[in-house]
Design a protein around this ligand. Structure first.
Ligand code: FUD
Length: 289
């Protein structure tokens, strides 16, 4: 069945030894199966420490990131593309060395608001780089998840349909579509249909509310979300994401525009999300029988 995960920013904004230990301990204590750690700066992750903590906890681990504008593989500027490929290679090495199974996020472009559309040549650059990254990832049995985000966070992949077409162009079995309910709620016509459109290409799933706070306290139609996952019989990881000004990673929280305090008690939030996801998934699966 699906492995259930939680994003590290629910617990901590950094990854020093104390923060890493706390995030791993709390995730395991609540019965989650995996922790997803952000690696916008892969060098900031202490690989030996992280591997030791994760192995001792019995959790799985995944890595997520987005590229910045100076290291953008969807650019027409060869230097930016080269820098972006290096960031992806560095993050992949971290994913491998900490025992990660998935590297996902906005791997295909800058993780930012663009003021102009992506260009065909830029998108071709992105496809070429990701094909090489996929080959290296496959050697370590790592799945690449291309996260579909809303228009303010990339100009390349905003819908499930675009992501499926993009995966076809890369044409590597370990490159999958990564959907996120927060973004789908903004861009898709119908969340359930979008999940079905991703189909067998769906390889990673983020669950987050419309205001990125407590699940069920916003506008997302979770009946459709879980029905879609059940109809697809999706078996991959499902990670809970939520952000509040209580827990801040200066770079990531800034890109995500986390200005408001939506919760203070990480443990209560994550415990609630675990129960919410488990109960809704179970009900949706039973309804399919
Ligand atoms: C971005 C997003 C996140 C992001 C991750 C990076 O809006 O939804 O999934 O990729 O937080 O660690």
């Amino acid at each position: 069945m699906n492995k259930l995960g939680v994003h590290a920013l629910v617990w901590t904004g950094g990854w020093n030894p104390r923060e890493a230990a706390l995030a791993v301990e709390r995730t395991a204590e609540l019965g989650y199966d995996l922790i997803e750690i952000p690696a916008l700066d892969p060098a900031a992750i202490d690989v030996t420490l992280t591997r030791r903590l994760v192995e001792a906890s019995g959790l799985g681990i995944t890595v997520s990131l987005g590229l910045d504008g100076e290291a953008d593989i969807s650019s027409e500027d060869a230097d930016k593309v080269t820098r972006g490929e290096k960031v992806l290679n560095d993050a992949l090495a971290v994913t491998r060395d900490i025992g990660g199974t998935h590297m996902c996020g906005i791997l295909y472009s800058g993780f930012q608001k663009y003021a102009v559309p992506a260009t065909p040549r830029g998108v071709e650059n992105s496809v070429d780089v990701l094909r090489r990254i996929a080959g290296r990832a496959a050697a370590s049995s790592i799945t690449i998840g291309l996260e579909v985000v809303n228009r303010y966070e990339s100009n390349v992949l905003n819908t499930a349909r675009q992501a499926v077409d993009f995966c076809r162009r890369i044409d590597a079995p370990n490159v999958k579509v990564h959907l996120d309910t927060y973004h789908m709620n903004i861009e898709e016509n119908d969340i359930e249909q979008a999940i079905l459109t991703a189909g067998a290409d769906l390889g990673y799933f983020h669950i987050g509310e419309s205001n990125r706070g407590y699940l069920g306290a916003g506008n997302i139609d979770f009946d459709k979300v879980f029905r879609g996952l059940a109809r697809l019989d999706y078996r991959g990881p499902i990670t809970f994401e939520s952000f509040s000004s209580t827990v801040v990673d200066p770079r990531l929280s800034g890109i995500l525009a986390i200005w408001r305090n939506l919760w203070e008690d990480s443990r209560d939030l994550a415990g609630h999300a675990r129960d919410f996801i488990r109960a809704n998934l179970k009900a949706a699966r039973e309804a399919q029988l």
